[in-house]
Design a protein around this ligand. Structure first.
Ligand SMILES: C[S@@+](CC[C@H](N)C(=O)[O-])C[C@H]1O[C@@H](n2cnc3c(N)ncnc32)[C@H](O)[C@@H]1O
Length: 217
């Protein structure tokens, strides 16, 4: 089955440099824990959601990736204080890190909570990026991508892209007004803004151009 996204410009993982200071210990954790559910959070900020999630689901391994140094430092400090063994805070660009570290069909769920809105650079929204096909290749069959945003146009576009380009069944819901998963969620809800969540599912048998792609040195 050829999906419509395969007519799009393909992501080129070979062109990326490996992430700086990659911790090889992480790769061994991933190899040892293959029987446990693996969850990835992209843009984890100061780690509020990551910490809570890892505590609530001790049998899941959570890789939480944040690119910005000062946010990551706050996250790393918090993670150290709480000593949650199933949480792996990663300071990196998530794109390079995922390409380098994750095997195809290895991830159960990806969280994208309140990504940067990119109003002037729409091709940087996650569902508009060729990288999204690579991300889908790392998901297991029936795995989920969970996106939250307070920006109506971001959600409208994501819903449309999920359906028309990526052909993913999805469900949109309003985030409860007392939800407090992330710092941005707390801020937006306190201002009385509406936040939405889109749950997208990768159906069994879904094909991408990266299903056999593994990083080779
Ligand atoms: C608007 S903030 C939201 C942070 C957090 N999820 C929250 O809701 O409080 C978006 C975050 O995504 C991070 N980010 C954006 N692109 C990223 C990338 N390619 N890799 C890792 N982090 C990224 C930014 O550094 C920023 O901290």
């Amino acid at each position: 089955m050829k999906l419509s996204h395969q007519h799009n410009r393909a992501f080129q993982p070979n062109k990326l440099h490996p992430p700086r200071d990659f911790d090889e210990a992480v790769r061994s954790i991933l190899t040892v824990n293959t029987h446990l559910p693996l969850i990835v959070e992209i843009g984890a900020g100061k780690g509020k959601h990551a910490l809570q999630y890892a505590k609530n689901f001790p049998n899941n391994t959570l890789i939480a990736i944040e690119r910005t140094s000062n946010k990551f430092q706050a996250f790393a400090k918090l993670a150290k204080q709480h000593n949650v063994p199933n949480l792996l805070p990663i300071h990196a660009d998530a794109i390079a890190w995922i390409v380098y570290a994750l095997a195809p069909k290895s991830v159960d769920a990806v969280y994208l909570l309140y990504p940067n809105p990119e109003p002037h650079n729409l091709n940087q929204q996650w569902l508009n990026m060729p990288f999204f096909e690579f991300l889908l290749s790392r998901l297991k069959d029936e795995g989920e991508v969970i996106l939250a945003t307070n920006i109506a146009s971001y959600m409208d576009n994501a819903q449309q892209q999920a359906k028309q380009i990526w052909q993913l069944p999805s469900q949109c819901s309003q985030v409860a007004t007392d939800s407090a998963r992330t710092h941005f969620e707390v801020k937006y809800l306190a201002r009385g803004e509406i936040c939405w969540q889109l749950n997208m599912r990768k159906p069994t048998g879904y094909i991408t151009r990266f299903d056999n792609w593994i990083y080779q040195k």
